[in-house]
Design a protein around this ligand. Structure first.
Ligand code: PLP
Length: 400
């Protein structure tokens, strides 16, 4: 029988350090986004969700829901198998075609999430190019780090956005270099130096692997991401995206040259040996991508809301990490305090914002990460700023 002791010890340690994660039980209300219902231990109440990555509310958009209802009625719930054995439907084919077009690439490959897409694409690259050396930005997401570790390939880490160190590393690489980086870093909201990194890649004949998970749907004239916005989509060899954030549904993908994608498709176990996404999910994603291609207005409103929130926080003297993106990190720099502030916002002000602690961010950089959407009203913004001001005051006065 399993000994529970090491498990209890681990949980106690996490609780002691303020790193124990509590999942909030909420129910999003269709048509009322970002309002939601929170199910507490003793009560149920209305809250405003300030930390959803459904950045544009597409998870509740009529065109997405209509497409999903139609697919559900037409084809049923699940895909029925792996892509190789019964699980490739017309919706998968159409969605991959749409994704390739969106990113101006020849091909796309769907995975069950962007995490899986990152991990297994990187593992596959090592299988296909045995002498590959990964050059990885120090702030890269866990899925990229996991892919590199799992691949067993040689790796070199460069400090975030540090072009000088990156060039030094590129100069010394013995095998085939592959630069792995993100466009929008989700916890700080910083943007990587995509054109400069691509120029270095060209100079040293390196492969470029770009994670655009927090940019697809949100940046560029058609929502293809930050590389589109900066006009350097052509310089990216493999681009990774999610269908679960701005597109509001679920799943992940890569896009690139058709031979490259075909080879990855043939060796990536995390793609091959798992049931494919439901056609219903694919139908929703397809509708969402098409809709966002045509709706820059939603992207503009999103940016405007984020800017307004940041401005109001700064005016109130709140410690916001400054950036040029839609992400609004308020720095607390202490795990227990971040959790206590998050609890207070929820309990006393009906504001839901999950604390961000290690290992998602480095210790000492704990924060509240606000994600405004086009649907957060002026009144909601004023209320949030006022509530956070009151919470800070209670801490300053030692009332907690
Ligand atoms: N890449 C980055 C930078 C992320 O932040 C995330 C998730 O938050 C992922 C990949 C994984 O995306 P998904 O939720 O589709 O697995």
């Amino acid at each position: 029988m399993i000994d529970k002791k090491p498990f209890e010890q681990l949980i106690d340690k996490l609780k002691d350090e303020g790193k124990y994660r509590v999942f909030n039980d909420i129910l999003r209300e269709r048509g009322e986004y970002p309002n939601a219902i929170w199910y507490g231990k003793y009560n149920i109440k209305n809250i405003v969700n300030w930390c959803s990555n459904d950045y544009l509310g597409m998870g509740q958009h009529k065109v997405v829901l209509d497409a999903m209802h139609t697919a559900l009625d037409q084809t049923g719930a699940g895909s029925g198998g792996t892509r190789n054995i019964g699980g490739t439907s017309h919706y998968h084919v159409a969605l991959e075609h749409e994704l390739a077009q969106l990113h101006s690439k020849e091909s796309a490959l769907l995975f069950t999430s962007a995490y899986v897409a990152n991990e297994w694409t990187i593992v596959s690259l090592k299988r296909i190019i045995p002498d590959i050396v990964f050059l990885s930005d120090s702030k890269n997401h866990a899925s990229l780090i996991q892919g590199i570790r799992h691949s067993g390939a040689e790796k070199k880490i460069f400090p975030h956005n540090d072009l000088e160190t990156l060039e030094q590393l590129l100069r010394d690489v013995k095998g085939t270099p592959c630069i792995v980086f993100e466009s929008v870093y989700s916890m700080d909201g910083y943007v990587s130096k995509i054109p400069e990194i691509c120029a270095l890649a060209k100079k040293y004949n390196a492969i470029t692997y770009l994670d655009e998970v927090h940019a697809v749907g949100l940046y560029g004239n058609t929502g293809a991401g930050y590389a589109e916005k900066l006009g350097c989509l052509n310089e990216i060899d493999i681009l990774n995206g999610t269908l679960g954030k701005a597109f509001g549904v679920q799943g992940g993908y890569i896009t690139g040259n058709s031979t490259v994608i075909d080879a990855i498709r043939s060796v990536a176990s995390g793609f091959i040996f798992t049931t494919s996404l439901s056609p219903v999910v694919c139908a929703g994603a397809l509708a969402s991508i098409k809709y966002l291609k045509d709706h820059n207005d939603l992207r503009e409103k999103h940016q405007q809301r984020a800017l307004q929130l940041k401005t109001e926080f700064l005016n109130e003297g709140i410690d916001v990490l400054e950036n040029n993106t839609h992400i609004v990190p308020v720095m607390v720099r202490d795990a227990k305090k971040t959790k206590a502030m998050s609890d207070m916002l929820l309990d006393d002000y009906n504001i839901y914002c999950q604390p961000i602690n290690y290992p998602t961010v480095e210790e000492g950089t704990e924060r509240l990460r606000f994600a405004p959407t086009p649907y957060h009203s002026d009144a909601m913004i004023h209320n949030l700023v006022d509530s956070l001001r009151k919470v800070n005051k209670r801490f300053q006065e030692g009332c907690v």
